[in-house]
Write a protein that binds this ligand. Structure first.
Ligand code: SF4
Ligand code: FES
Length: 394
């Protein structure tokens, strides 16, 4: 019942796949961003500022070829994501293909476009797991954050259908200053929905979220209270609900090991077929990313392409990372955050207290949080932007 479970291929096949994966160093799980289209307008959207338009998306046959190739080189799990992956009309066909080639499939969705019939068809096609994002525990806050009326109600419905179909469920709750007061209720909501796992995901401040940092940045008091609530709930709900939580890196001493280190454990494929070290990598200007439409295999791109090798390992590091005892623990933090906040992806992530830029950036963010400016600049795929301070964003 967990996202990390393996498909029922049989041990021998799994072993063979694992050894292929080790040969190439290919990650065992890959994120397939089927589309950037999305009916929500979240102010913390982590997709790149420049979205792939519908016309440039990989076709059904191209995605099937990608899925087959991933299975051949040893990938075990495919996470169908977006944007909103259910906006693709061929999702059932793609899930069926993933099943046919032996991939464990997970659907990462906002769930607002799902119907019971669609979810049932996905289950019949072999879908193994569903992850639904929530913006709060009730409609007033949640629909305002999502920028879509009735979004919360639809998500609750879809979560219930997920469990009725006996599919394992993860609740993904994106947390920030304007919904952290609901955390205890969100934890209870995940229990009531019979979820296996709750991800308490703090907003990361690059891409669109950086435009809304003043409205989203939590206060230090909120973070301390959050850690207390998570600790208490983790103990109380042992065996009922697994809770994933990492202290947001603006309030940690050292940055997170983003993506497990650049080009080490993870890649994703963008809607237009670019093979990327992380979903936000295209926000870094000056890097060229290879496409699955090129003549290169995915394994070649992973091992040899310039973009993957640019920040792989520790050789690229400047001081203070270069001589730091933690350099092989956090790999210098997040390249996208370093680029967004310092203009150079090759800098130490300023979330690190050892970065020469940490003090200034942290102080700015702290001041922003204290100012309690609550207006959102929404992400709107149709091209426009919308600012609201009211109770419902759209
Ligand atoms: Fe990590 Fe670099 Fe900070 Fe050391 S200086 S803790 S390697 S980010
Ligand atoms: Fe791109 Fe952290 S999100 S490296």
């Amino acid at each position: 019942k967990t996202a990390g479970a393996a498909p029922s291929d049989g041990l021998a096949v799994l072993e063979q796949k694992r050894s292929t994966a080790e040969t190439f160093g290919i990650p065992l799980a890959v994120l397939a961003e089927l589309t950037h289209r999305c009916p929500l307008q979240c102010p913390y959207c982590s997709n790149p500022i420049e979205l792939d338009r519908g016309g440039s998306e990989l076709t059904t046959d191209e995605w099937k070829k990608v899925l087959s190739e991933l299975a051949e080189i040893g990938v075990l799990q495919i996470h169908f994501s977006g944007g909103e992956p259910t906006a693709r009309k061929d999702l059932v066909e793609l899930v069926q293909h993933a099943t046919d080639v032996g991939l464990y499939s997970n659907l990462i969705t906002s769930a607002v476009l799902l119907t019971k019939e669609k979810l049932s068809a996905l289950a019949d096609a072999g879908l193994c797991h569903v992850q639904i994002s929530f913006q709060g525990n009730e409609p007033i806050v949640a629909d305002r954050v999502a920028g879509l009326k009735n979004a919360h109600e639809k998500k609750i419905e879809a979560a219930k259908w997920t469990r009725e179909l006996d599919l394992p469920l993860t609740v993904n709750a994106v947390m920030h200053r304007q919904n952290l007061h609901q955390l205890s209720d969100i934890i209870q909501m995940a229990v009531d929905l019979d979820a296996d796992r709750l991800e308490v995901a703090n907003v990361q401040y690059y891409g669109w979220a950086l435009k809304n940092r003043a409205a989203l940045m939590p206060t230090l008091e909120q973070i301390e209270e959050t850690s207390r609530i998570v600790e208490e709930a983790t103990t109380r709900l042992k065996g009922i609900l697994a809770i994933d939580y990492v202290v947001p890196d603006y309030y940690a001493l050292r940055p997170k090991k983003c993506m497990g280190g650049w080009g080490r454990q993870f890649f994703n494929i963008s809607p237009a077929g670019k093979v990327l070290p992380c979903h936000a990598a295209e926000s870094i200007t000056g890097l060229e990313f290879e496409s699955v439409r090129s003549n290169h295999s995915i394994a070649w791109i992973w091992q040899n392409s310039e973009a993957f090798n640019r920040y792989r390992g520790t050789g690229w590091m400047p001081e203070p990372c270069k001589s730091c005892e933690f350099r092989e623990i956090d790999f210098g933090g997040c390249r996208c955050q370093a680029f967004a906040l310092t203009g150079d992806a090759g800098n130490t992530d300023p979330a690190c207290t050892l970065s020469p830029m940490h003090e200034q950036i942290f102080k700015d963010a702290e001041r922003e949080a204290a100012a309690h400016q609550d207006r959102f600049l929404y992400r709107n795929f149709a091209g426009g932007t919308l600012e609201t301070e009211g109770e419902h964003g759209a």
